[in-house]
Ligand binder design. Structure first.
Ligand code: AMP
Length: 218
């Protein structure tokens, strides 16, 4: 099973990717998580990426393409993957096609999750993350506030630096201007399955699984 998860920031890609990864037994590969890990580790890539991410902009294509090529060619992705956060530009989409050709990967699906911008802003301003285990919570629906302990492990919850409202608006601008148009690249190849992301986590998860089952095996 090879799936590209597509959609605006805050649509629930990470949450859905984690669920699918557990249910389908394939790794969740998130370029955002990889960059945040590099930033936390203080590597050169991490330092460079952190400043860009905090402004809501995109890390340069050549860096991202090299990172994704390495992980997809490695043993972790050999049995399939849920790719979350890549591609985000047309050059990345074209490079991914070349990577798939090189790795002899012929079948994959693109799951496109949609929600309105106002809902994205509401969700991201309420998003809290456990810095220890990466679990994601919603302050509103889970009845939690910032700095409250993670209900699962007790570590104080934090907000992602790029979830501040100004940065979210910039991320949405970048999404609509640069990332959303590449869905046409995949639509032309008949690979896109579209899901309404406004329902509950469970409802969206079920919809995605049904669509993946109904489509040809990927
Ligand atoms: P995400 O966790 O997917 O929302 O990604 C967080 C941030 O990481 C984005 O706002 C970008 O700054 C950066 N990023 C993640 N994936 C990519 C990518 N494929 N191309 C460029 N920048 C990326």
């Amino acid at each position: 099973m090879r799936v590209l998860l597509f959609g605006p920031p805050g649509v629930g890609k990470g949450t859905q990717a984690k669920l699918l990864s557990e249910e389908l037994g394939v790794p969740h590969i998130s370029t955002g998580d990889m960059l945040r890990a590099a930033a936390a580790g203080g590597t050169d890539l991490g330092k460079q990426a952190k400043a860009i991410m905090d402004n809501g902009n995109l890390v340069p294509d050549d860096i991202m393409i090299a990172v994704v090529r390495e992980v997809l060619a490695g043993p972790r992705a050999a049995g399939g993957f849920i790719l979350d956060g890549f591609p985000r530009t047309l050059p990345q989409a074209k490079a991914l096609s070349r990577i798939f050709e090189d790795l002899n990967i012929r079948e994959f699906k693109v799951v496109n999750i949609n929600v309105e911008d106002e809902e994205v802003i509401r969700r991201l301003s309420n998003r809290l993350v456990c810095p220890k285990d990466g679990h994601i919570f919603n302050a509103e629906t889970n009845g939690l506030s910032r700095e409250e302990p993670c209900p699962l492990c007790g570590t104080p919850l934090t907000q992602r630096d790029d979830d501040r409202e100004q940065t979210v608006r910039e991320r949405l601008k970048v999404y609509h201007g640069t990332t959303a148009p590449i869905i046409h690249y995949y639509r032309a190849a008949g690979l896109v399955l579209s899901v309404d992301g406004t329902g509950s986590i469970d409802v969206v998860n079920r919809q995605i699984k049904l669509m993946l089952q109904d489509s040809h095996p990927a």
